[in-house]
Design a protein around this ligand. Structure first.
Ligand SMILES: *Cc1c(COP(=O)(O)O)cnc(C)c1O
Length: 454
């Protein structure tokens, strides 16, 4: 079938995620035939560099031979088995390996099958934990501004992005929002180098007054990705850990986007040298292959559920695909690749290369607010007004136009509002980094040369 035929059938049957389907009248979905490394190829043979790792999941390229082989091998022995009362070697090995590389005090693993479900599990665990140890007043959750934790009702309640949640407000849990770090527009006027996470005072003040009702504080460690790759200081996390300890509050670290080497360390919590009480992992866990998520916790929480059945203290949560062996084998092979190829170390060089390359083009970028980067995440934030840092109006859809410019040139740079970001698979080469960044530059310049004429 031709691209045109496929597109018209697609639009006849499919409702795409995070899209206004009417946009597809002018800009129909690109039908992809195959992928190799950082490139995807559409049915017309046009290639696209996947600069967003297919929504932050892909680590080692598309159709990676090692992972393909692991998946194939597993499919030929066991595709799935009920996970209540049954187990299998891939799950057992995966949990042993994960526990050995994640921060201390995390030594038990519960399975989910996507990021949002991991968040739901974390919330339920924290709530039930406090109920069962007698902290019955600890029923509420605290999040920070611009948070994103997924789209299911509980996870959405923990987010703070009106774009995704506004219409559902009457349905959502009543979480307590605290103003979080905002380094680009820091109200404390701190240079990054002299920052001591002064903004934490908002959290401290709020928690002091309400700690008796707080079950957990949930946070995306180090980078609020969906908010536009907002990077903040690990000092904030150190203070948060202390505060949670002081008031017997569970710290939930949502490492769904930042885990698995994305920030330059295997897990973002390592920058602050902290262990959360609960940690959520997904996305890079399977290197972009399979929907799988893990929720890790320590004995403190686990033991509060461990009793005779009739006490009704068990965690009676389940998903049909809990512990799916295909996902587990792929995740195991992902960890093997990390180890065999010393990925975290190898990425340091790539990350430095990316920084130097972007810095060399910044002088050409109109309306440049700032460039920020950590590890394998880089983000160019455009602003309407350089002095006030006022953003462009969202109706202008600056990012969407730049995204389309980049697609024409063969790079997938799906933007977040006024933020153009790079989050490529780790297998990207230096030449490919050059191509990706040059296309970003040309696409931004094209937008402003057109819009300034209007
Ligand atoms: C993507 C994401 C989620 C949700 O994961 P899904 O698999 O899309 O449900 C949660 N938290 C963060 C930080 C994410 O980036």
């Amino acid at each position: 079938m031709s691209m045109k035929e496929l597109q018209s059938k697609d639009l006849k049957y499919i409702w795409h995620p995070c899209s206004q389907m009417k946009d597809y009248e002018k800009f129909p979905p690109i039908v992809i035939k195959n992928g190799k490394g950082v490139f995807l190829e559409d049915v017309n043979g046009k290639k696209y560099l996947d600069a967003v790792s297919s929504w932050w999941v892909n680590l080692f390229g598309h159709s990676n031979q090692r992972i393909n082989d692991a998946l194939y091998k597993q499919a030929n022995s066991l595709e799935h088995v009920i996970f209540a009362n049954f187990s299998h070697q891939p799950a057992i090995e995966l949990c042993e390996r994960i526990i050995s590389i994640t921060p201390d005090r995390l030594n038990k693993v519960f399975f989910g099958d996507n990021g949002s479900s991991a968040i739901e599990i974390a919330l339920k665990l924290s709530f039930q934990y406090h109920q069962q140890i007698g902290n019955v007043k600890k029923t509420r959750f605290v999040n920070i501004s611009d948070a994103y934790h997924g789209e299911t009702i509980g996870a959405l309640s923990m987010g703070d992005m009106d774009l995704y949640s506004k219409v559902y407000k009457p349905l959502l849990l009543d979480s307590i929002k605290v103003e979080g770090p905002d380094c680009f527009r820091c109200k404390f006027n701190k240079e990054r180098s002299s920052c001591n996470a002064e903004c934490f005072v908002n959290m401290e003040n709020k928690i002091e007054s309400i700690h008796e009702e707080v079950s957990a504080i949930i946070i995306e460690p180090l980078v609020q990705c969906a908010a536009g790759m907002k990077i903040y200081s690990p000092k904030y996390l150190i203070k948060l850990r202390e505060l949670c300890d002081r008031y017997n509050i569970n710290l939930i670290a949502d490492e769904i986007a930042v885990g698995f080497g994305r920030t330059g360390k295997m897990f973002a919590c390592e920058y602050a040298n902290i262990s959360p009480d609960i940690m959520c992992l997904s996305k890079g866990l399977t290197a972009g292959y399979m929907p799988l998520s893990l929720v890790l916790m320590g004995d403190k929480i686990y033991n509060a559920f461990y009793d005779e059945y009739n006490t009704m203290k068990a965690f009676l949560h389940s998903h049909s695909y809990s512990g799916n062996p295909l996902g587990c084998s792929v995740a195991l092979e992902t960890l093997n690749i990390f180890e065999d190829e010393n990925i975290v170390e190898a990425n340091k060089k790539k990350s430095m290369y990316l920084r130097r390359k972007v810095e060399s083009i910044l002088k050409d970028i109109p309306h440049l607010g700032e460039y920020r980067q950590i590890g394998m995440i880089g983000a160019i934030e455009l602003v309407k007004d350089l002095k006030t840092k006022e953003p462009f109006e969202s109706e202008k859809r600056v990012g969407y136009a730049i995204y389309q410019n980049a697609l024409k040139r063969g790079v997938i740079l799906r933007t977040l509002g006024n933020v153009i970001y790079f989050m490529p698979p780790y297998v990207i080469s230096e030449d490919e980094i050059d191509f990706m960044v040059d296309v970003a530059k040309d696409s931004i310049i094209e937008y402003f040369s057109n819009s300034d004429q209007k």
